[in-house]
Design a protein. Structure first.
Length: 447
């Protein structure tokens, strides 16, 4: 594992240059040996399934109420708008305050929101404004929940197992995408969307109970930022001075804003292109989850991340989106969801792990908040735009445009990181194929 600033952990002999020529493997379930992390993981298994059930039900309810992909995009935008507006301030608070009480409070808030939406839907009084309000309320809780959840991992497992814990946490979340969408499809077609919201509200009991059972004395002590002025600017200056943090953040900003609008794209393809209904929408999400789970597990096996990997994965994801945009049949489109999910998760896990392991503990909340803000907070800008393109020019045009943004952004930011690291692309020819390698830039004599 590479050295983490401020932790004193030494690099292993397997770690090579900044672009990671080696990526040593660790036991897949290493972090689960830690009791507190096992409890955290178990609580998330239950809650994540409820969360994905509600996400699918929410998107389908909005589409049913309005018949508009733009409305689905607005719902997504409202859920992530608070991150865009207040995400950095949430990171400042997370750096100052203990993480577990923050998480207990945010879980209660999300549970009450889900239960309120369940009551309105089951009573037959729900309208799209209620869904908008619920999405925005969840977004407000997420302002604190996301950076607290990510930075809490270091307190649970310590620096040595942090990268493995990040990967397992992502695998946990993505495994719920296999069950949650399928369960949502059964509930929507069987008894109605209100029961999906109710299930999610009840599921929050699991993480609340598990966090209460954790042993405080077994948490790893992590330096907290003292209360003071200018801490937000201090965090931004810290990131600005680190090209290895800046360009991955720029990548996920464009990636999350324009490429990861699965609710808009998949609901439009299920309803407008293939005319297959909620069952196809659930199927698409399940297949994306299968690929995402595979990507998360692969990432969890590695102690070090090749820094070029997220850029290559984002490029592959964009190309796959463009191919899916012109795919003629439902089943060929569905099969492409698996590699798309895999590459999207590789981008997510590898950039997240870089943020966690390369950042000094006192700045981790602010850096994580900035990362989550650009990854998820861009949705308020991107989702309505993608929804408008989809409504105006068709689902295929919307997906192709998203793929183009992903591919171009990955190429440009990857080249900029290579240059910032003192490297260059070397293009050669080895018959019958060209070869592209990254090598140190030559310096002039006397430099």
């Amino acid at each position: 594992m590479s050295t983490e600033p401020g932790t004193g952990s030494a690099p292993t002999p397997d770690t090579r240059d900044s672009f990671g020529t080696l990526s040593p493997r660790a036991p897949l379930l290493s972090a689960l040996k830690v009791r507190n992390y096992r409890l955290f993981f178990l609580g998330q298994v239950v809650s994540n399934n409820g969360t994905w059930t509600q996400r699918i039900a929410q998107d389908w309810l909005v589409l049913s109420l309005t018949g508009s992909s733009t409305a689905v995009g607005i719902t997504t935008a409202l859920q992530f708008l608070p991150l865009l507006l207040f995400g950095l301030y949430g990171g400042v608070l997370v750096d100052r305050l203990p993480k577990r009480p923050i998480l207990l409070a945010t879980q209660v808030a999300m549970a009450l929101t889900a239960l309120a939406l369940a009551v309105l839907t089951l009573a037959g009084r729900v309208n799209v404004l209620h869904v908008y309000a619920a999405a925005f309320a969840v977004g407000l809780a997420t302002v604190l929940d996301n950076p607290a959840r990510q930075s809490f991992l270091s307190e649970l497992v310590g620096p040595e197992l942090l990268r493995n814990a990040v990967g397992l946490n992502s695998a946990n979340f993505q495994s719920a995408r296999l069950i949650g969408p399928a369960l949502a499809g059964l509930l929507i077609t069987g008894v109605g969307t209100g029961w999906a919201f109710l299930l999610n509200g009840v599921s929050f009991a699991a993480p609340l109970a598990c966090m209460m059972l954790m042993r405080s004395r077994e948490l790893h002590a992590v330096e907290r930022a003292p209360r003071g002025k200018g801490q937000l600017r201090e965090g931004l200056r810290y990131v600005a001075g680190r090209p290895d943090l800046v360009w991955p953040i720029v990548l996920v900003g464009f990636f999350g804003t324009f490429a990861l609008n699965f609710p808009v794209h998949l609901s439009a393809f299920a309803d407008d292109v293939f005319h297959a209904g909620a069952g196809a929408y659930s199927l698409f999400n399940t297949l994306v989850a299968a690929g995402s789970l595979t990507g998360a597990l692969l990432a969890a096996r590695h102690e070090a991340t090749r820094r070029r990997l997220p850029f290559l994965a984002a490029l592959a994801f964009g190309v796959l989106q463009a191919v899916a945009a012109v795919t003629p049949t439902l089943w060929s489109f569905a099969l492409l969801m698996v590699p798309m999910g895999l590459f999207a998760m590789v981008v997510n896990v590898t950039t997240n792990a870089t943020m966690q392991t390369s950042t000094a503990p006192a700045f981790r909340g602010r850096v994580t908040a900035l990362y989550m803000m650009v990854l998820l907070g861009g949705a308020p800008l991107g989702a309505p735009v993608v929804g408008w393109i989809t409504d105006t020019y068709g689902a295929r045009a919307g997906l192709a445009a998203a793929g183009a943004v992903a591919a171009v952004t990955a190429t440009v930011t990857g080249l900029l990181l290579v240059r910032a690291g003192g490297h260059r692309l070397a293009v050669g020819w080895s018959h019958p194929l060209p070869q592209i390698q990254i090598e140190p830039r030559k310096t002039s004599k006397g430099a």
